[in-house]
Design a protein around this ligand. Structure first.
Ligand code: KIV
Ligand code: ZN
Length: 530
């Protein structure tokens, strides 16, 4: 059978537009991405991400794993209520409890999907599930059948498919489609496959599974060998018509295929990949920045498509070429992925109206309170810094998004530092509406700052990562500090920006601590729920 026929015949909500070569973009930033240590997002942040994904044209948003926690359930449900265009998907293992919870969570969605999975490889069957082939086979049928009671859009995944025996894989896929699965996802769960192997696997499945034309085949590739995007594209060339991916490639271990990379590869190399996605690529940079902000995971400078250097030309020969004709060294335009020029912003005399317009240009829409906060900080910054760039404003907005619901806030900080230690910090914090002040010494000013904060907000978490980078060039640049804290109940990250590195450090530390406190409060609330 011609694999391309596969996409047009599936009775699947996401493929309803019927375009033969449309590639369904299934974003799992809020599920597989959020699953990675330290990347957890708050309820509000998840909603913001989902809204942006919907705006940019993502076909399916995997909004979470509803059985995992009440918080996950609530956020999937709220996203299902709010998002109007994308299909909203909830993940479920192959058991009735998971499927019922996912079914409940997606109920308010205009179009909802349940994605259910079970490990099929010998390793998963034997060590994780302790089930034999027949038992797994039965669970596939019962789980897909149960999911179909909630929605006719059911996706099924054989976890660790790339290490599963081919005969068994064909058998379970056939059974899943017969039971009503409309999308068959083929996960390279451990990022083990190479593009040639993955191509052959998808082709073999489409050819051998007798009812393969009744479902869309999907790629789900992890990046352990740096091959996730290459494997996903190989899968599409072999006949898959859905790609599962995440913004910035966020995900378990080395992450998933990066959405921005698959989208731009398909768009830029239309000559050899005659497919299209519904993604408005001018949103890519904004999406990347939002994810980086809410997870506090920095984006590597040379990251394809959305890295800070992705469109920077340093060598004289390259600069000369680009000035004469950008195509000499650019295969895509910066504008096509939403990169704005390093534009100078108005400065200290600019008013609220101009500032609001600037935020709009940068793709942010803030509520009145948040706008007022960011505007105040912008004025402050413009007083202290000669030139205020787009990146500076983005850092301030990022701070506001992260800290809007914080209950512990920095009021003031002063430091005694220099060659003659010990260094000493004095800090005033607003803790749940009450101001308190303390001071402490440390082995260097950053250590002193963190010691005072620990006195004011006692905790047992350990500092796993402390990272500083300059938001722009120049000695008056804002410092952006990223922090990761490890506690008994998991890892949290925080980020803060300020022209003073120590203030940025205090902000970052407090943003991580606020997340930790919120997590503890949530756990207590759940424990108290009968
Ligand atoms: O990597 C994986 O196998 C998964 C499944 C849940 C699809 O994330
Ligand atoms: Zn995965």
């Amino acid at each position: 059978m011609n694999p391309a026929e596969n996409s047009s015949t599936a009775a699947n909500g996401a493929s309803a537009r019927g375009a033969k070569d449309h590639i369904v973009i299934f974003d799992t930033t809020l599920r597989d991405g959020e699953q990675c240590p330290g990347a957890s997002m708050t309820f509000e942040e998840k909603l913001q991400v989902a809204t942006l994904l919907d705006d940019m044209g993502v076909d399916v948003i995997e909004a979470g794993f509803p059985i995992a926690s009440d918080g996950d359930f609530e956020s999937v449900r709220e996203i299902a209520k709010t998002v109007k265009r994308s299909v909203i998907c909830g993940l479920a293992r192959a058991n009735p409890g998971d499927i019922d919870r996912a079914g409940e969570a997606i109920k308010p969605a205009a179009r909802g999907r349940i994605h259910t999975f079970i490990g099929t490889s010998p390793l998963h069957r034997q060590f994780q599930l302790q089930l034999d082939q027949e038992q797994v086979y039965e669970r596939v049928i019962s789980s897909v059948t149960r999911a179909r009671n909630y929605t006719d859009d059911v996706e099924w995944s054989p976890m660790d498919a790339t290490r599963t025996e081919h005969d068994f894989l064909c058998r379970v896929i056939e059974a899943a489609i017969k039971a009503g699965a409309t999308t068959i996802n083929v996960p390279d769960t451990v990022g083990y496959a190479t593009p040639e192997e993955y191509f052959e696997l998808i082709r073999m499945l489409i050819e051998r599974v007798p009812n393969s034309d009744k479902a869309i085949f999907s790629t789900h590739c992890h990046d352990d060998l740096g091959l996730a995007v290459a494997n996903s594209l190989a899968g599409v060339r072999a006949g898959a018509r859905q790609i599962e991916c995440t913004i910035n490639g966020l995900g378990e271990r080395a992450g998933n295929a990066a959405l921005e990379e698959v989208v731009m590869a398909i768009r830029t190399r239309g000559d050899i990949m005659p497919f299209e996605t519904g993604i408005d690529s001018t949103h890519l940079m904004r999406a990347s920045k939002l994810i980086s902000t809410v997870t506090s995971f920095p984006v590597q400078y040379n990251k394809a498509i959305i890295g800070r250097n992705a469109f920077a030309h340093e060598s004289g020969i390259h600069q000369d070429g680009v000035l004469k004709n950008a195509e000499t060294y650019e295969i895509m335009t910066p504008e096509s992925v939403g990169v704005t020029k390093n534009a100078l912003v108005m400065g200290k005399h600019s008013g609220r109206h101009a500032f609001r317009e600037k935020l709009k240009d940068l793709g942010f829409s803030l509520g009145e309170n948040a706008l007022e906060e960011v505007f105040k900080r912008f004025k402050d910054l413009a007083d202290r810094k000669k030139d205020v760039y787009d990146e500076d404003i983005e850092a301030l907005v990022g701070d506001e998004i992260l800290t809007a619901h914080d209950r512990v806030k920095l009021v003031s900080l002063s430091i005694v530092a220099g060659t003659r230690g010990p260094q000493r910090a004095t800090i005033r914090l607003d803790i749940d509406g009450t101001e308190r002040m303390e001071e402490a010494e440390g082995n260097g000013p950053v250590d002193a700052v963190f010691n005072v904060i620990k006195k004011l907000v006692p905790h047992e978490a350990t500092l796993e990562l402390y990272q500083v980078h300059a938001v722009t060039g120049g000695t008056d640049a804002q410092a952006e500090v990223s922090i990761r804290l490890k506690a008994d109940n998991g890892e949290v990250t925080g980020r803060g920006a300020d022209p003073d590195t120590l203030v940025a450090s205090a902000r970052a530390y407090l943003s991580a601590l606020n997340r930790l406190r919120a997590r503890v409060a949530r756990t207590h609330a759940h424990a108290a729920t009968p």
